[in-house]
Design a protein around this ligand. Structure first.
Ligand SMILES: Nc1ncnc2c1ncn2[C@@H]1O[C@H](COP(=O)(O)OP(=O)(O)OP(=O)(O)O)[C@@H](O)[C@H]1O
Ligand SMILES: [Mg+2]
Length: 247
């Protein structure tokens, strides 16, 4: 790793996250399965149920959670001995997009690690019941960083019910079950269209939790960017059931 072992930010990161009770990184083995939509809706649903929730978009090179939440990137977060995440729909929201905007951020491995450290070191979360983290697909740098910087985390794996997904979900579950206790790992099936049990079966095989299905909702794209409309969507209702099970 290019960043010095003695990086003082590592100690700062520990302090910044000290009052976060549960860290839920939302992951997937494949891209485009709905991690970002699901992270945003999950954060909103947990907050609606009275939990203190933070949402961190850690997809460094392609952040999109601000689009789902309709966050105004020109309203830069306030600084007070750190960066204070703005409240959006009751959720404390932080994203690299506040810094990079809509510009491309072509970074290599160690540079991504550096951005992740910087964001974690500057963000003041305060007391949180949940920190939901949106991550890029696969097991790249941001995901490996999450695994190493968050001593206690509860991965939420998003998978779609296609036979092509199974091989790659299996790979991710293999990696996660080597690092995290099985009961802390949970799987959600997204864009479910029928009563296929392909994802539930996989979860059972790996002895990890299965939190249920989020059905395909053809209306959800129209609600993107509008929190009230998102809360009216069928996808939100399904994700709310998942939130109940997490609480
Ligand atoms: N339950 C759902 N019903 C209908 N469409 C959905 C659902 N979940 C996700 N989608 C569709 O999938 C698209 C991709 O979702 P999203 O961007 O959240 O995926 P992602 O896993 O974060 O992608 P990436 O891997 O690129 O980060 C959405 O724009 C939406 O059109
Ligand atoms: Mg995404």
């Amino acid at each position: 790793m290019m960043v010095a072992q003695g990086d003082p930010r590592l100690a700062v990161i520990g302090r910044r996250l000290a009052r976060v009770a549960r860290v839920v990184p939302v992951m997937s083995s494949k891209g485009g399965v709905g991690k970002t939509l699901l992270s945003c809706l999950l954060a909103l649903a947990l907050s609606e149920r009275g939990a203190r929730v933070g949402l961190l978009d850690l997809d460094v090179t392609n952040p999109t959670a601000h689009v789902v939440l309709g966050a105004d990137l020109s309203k830069f977060p306030e600084e007070d001995r750190g960066v204070v995440p703005p409240l959006i729909g009751g959720v404390k929201f932080m994203s690299v997009a506040y810094y990079s905007g809509e510009n491309p951020l072509p970074l290599r491995g160690w540079e991504i690690d550096n951005v992740v450290r910087e964001v974690l070191a500057v963000t003041i979360w305060g007391d949180l019941d949940f920190l939901v983290i949106d991550t890029p697909p696969g097991i790249g740098d941001e995901v490996l960083d999450v695994l190493s910087y968050f001593p206690k985390h509860e991965p939420l794996v998003v998978a779609t019910p296609s036979p092509l997904t199974v091989t790659s979900v299996r790979r991710l579950l293999k990696l996660l079950t080597e690092a995290v206790k099985g009961e802390l790992i949970r799987v959600v099936e997204n864009m479910a269209r029928d009563n296929s049990s392909i994802i539930a079966d996989l979860a059972r095989k790996f002895r990890v939790g299965f939190l249920g299905k989020v059905r395909f909702d053809e209306g959800v794209d129209r609600a993107v960017g509008d929190i009230d409309a998102l809360r009216e969507s069928r996808m939100y209702r399904d994700v709310s059931m998942i939130a109940e099970k997490l609480l």
